[in-house]
Ligand binder design. Structure first.
Ligand SMILES: *Cc1c(COP(=O)(O)O)cnc(C)c1O
Length: 422
């Protein structure tokens, strides 16, 4: 049983860290990982992140660096950029942002001034912190206006987006979020942004892999600027990219460097190139569509068991469940599910009467289990395990959990993961 690639030098030099890494690999093997923003990257991506490219400083861009010795780094970064442009059909790509949050900050720096009005989705309705939520720098340094979902529909309220945009004339409009189970209507957002003269930023952090695989409509051609993480459904290393049209390219690049960052993480850039190479293959489209098929099957099985899904279901990889009708809050449910071998997160639901640190819901995603090879026919069993655990929480029956964890380990034994040999 060990981490792959093997880590013998680490084990010899620092058994304490190596032991934790080995245990984490085992943990990732033994659990049904349903955290909507997580995945299993390929062994090739893992290897690329562990290379000597981490040794190199390369502030600037290919052909215009501030340090010497860029003969090979320039090629690595250019490869990542060209693959990003090709996979997404974008005119420009910047692959240097350290992660999704700095990528979004770069969009602010490029196209807004401190104090300017920005329109984004409210966090409790499914938006991200960096879309102008008050505790985020983006909510403190800019003037945020927030849209949400309709109370009846649980879907983005585009009438509200249009009304707020007309009233407040934002510099930036963010489309996208972290807990949106439905298709994002990029053409509708684009029409609103055009009308009020705002730059539309599509934040596809969660759905980038679905977009790349043709399982969600693309924002390219609708949003001038597209930010994304590379580590969620896209299944690359922890990192981010900004795609844009040619007109906004220069401002994006200047904002990332020298605006916000110093040297790019070249080992990450190489791994992004590898992940994009994988995303260009036909098998990636199969994976993207299988994610959605798994999510729909899981949603259906949970609805059959009386679960209250925000918006009633899902179009993508993500399910948001309000547990109020089960008499259980999100946090104790998430914690018990983790002990039962199912890893997910507690989450606010729209119009949640409870506090963000102790909300009413849980959020689930099917990217990681799809990578692992689970299919729609497995989802009724996953739903049964979730239901049995939630029922145990309601009855305060901690003793029911180890049996569930054992059943899960047994199923998963025949679904190997990259990064670990059992
Ligand atoms: C995850 C996420 C981010 C932030 O990414 P980090 O890499 O965690 O900083 C930004 N926007 C959205 C919509 C996200 O889901």
């Amino acid at each position: 049983m060990s981490h792959q690639p093997a880590i013998p030098a680490l084990a010899a030099a620092d058994p304490e860290v190596a032991g934790l890494v080995e245990d984490e690999a085992k943990r990732q093997h033994e659990k049904i990982r349903l955290i909507a923003s997580e995945n299993y990257v390929s062994q090739a991506v893992l290897e690329a992140t562990g290379t000597v490219l981490t040794n190199k400083y390369s502030e600037g861009y290919a052909g215009k660096r501030y340090y010497e010795g860029q003969q090979l780094i320039d090629q690595v970064e250019t490869l990542a950029i060209e693959r990003a442009k090709s996979v997404f059909g974008a005119e420009h790509a910047n692959v240097q942002p350290y992660s999704g949050s700095p990528a979004n900050l770069a969009a602010y720096l490029a196209f807004a001034k401190p104090g300017d009005t920005v329109l984004g989705m409210a966090l409790p309705d499914g938006g991200h912190l960096t879309h102008g939520w008050s505790v985020s720098a983006t909510g403190k340094w800019f003037t945020p206006v927030r849209y949400g979902v309709g109370k009846e529909t649980g879907r983005v309220d585009l009438d509200q987006v249009r009304d707020l945009a007309r009233e407040h004339r934002p510099k930036l409009i963010f489309a996208g979020g972290t807990a949106i189970p439905r298709t994002i209507d990029f053409p509708a957002f684009a029409e609103i942004a055009r009308e009020v003269g705002a730059v539309l930023v599509a934040d596809i952090a969660h759905i980038a892999g679905l977009v790349a695989g043709g399982a969600h409509p693309s924002p390219v051609g609708h949003a001038q600027v597209i930010t994304t993480t590379t580590h969620k459904t896209l299944r690359g290393p922890r990192g981010a990219m900004i795609l844009s049209d040619a007109e906004h390219a220069k401002a994006v690049d200047k904002a990332v460097f020298p605006g916000l960052q110093g040297g790019p993480h070249n080992h990450t850039t190489a791994a992004i190139a590898v992940a994009l190479g994988e995303a260009a293959k036909p098998s990636f489209a199969d994976y993207a569509h299988a994610i959605v098929a798994n999510a729909k099957a899981l949603a259906e099985a949970l609805v059959e068991r009386g679960y209250d899904l925000v918006s009633g279901g899902t179009d993508n990889h993500l399910l948001l469940i309000d547990l109020t009708n089960k008499g259980v809050a999100g946090k104790p449910a998430a914690q018990a599910l983790d002990r039962a071998g199912i890893e997910l997160n507690y989450n606010t639901v729209p119009f949640d009467p409870r506090k963000p640190f102790d909300p009413s819901g849980i959020r689930l995603g099917t990217a990681a289990i799809t990578t692992r090879g689970l299919r729609p026919e497995h989802q009724p069993q996953v739903a049964e395990w979730i239901d049995r655990t939630v029922a145990a929480v309601a009855k305060d029956d901690e003793a029911a959990l180890p049996a569930i964890a054992a059943e899960i380990r047994e199923l998963l034994a025949s679904f190997p993961i990259p990064g670990y040999t059992a």
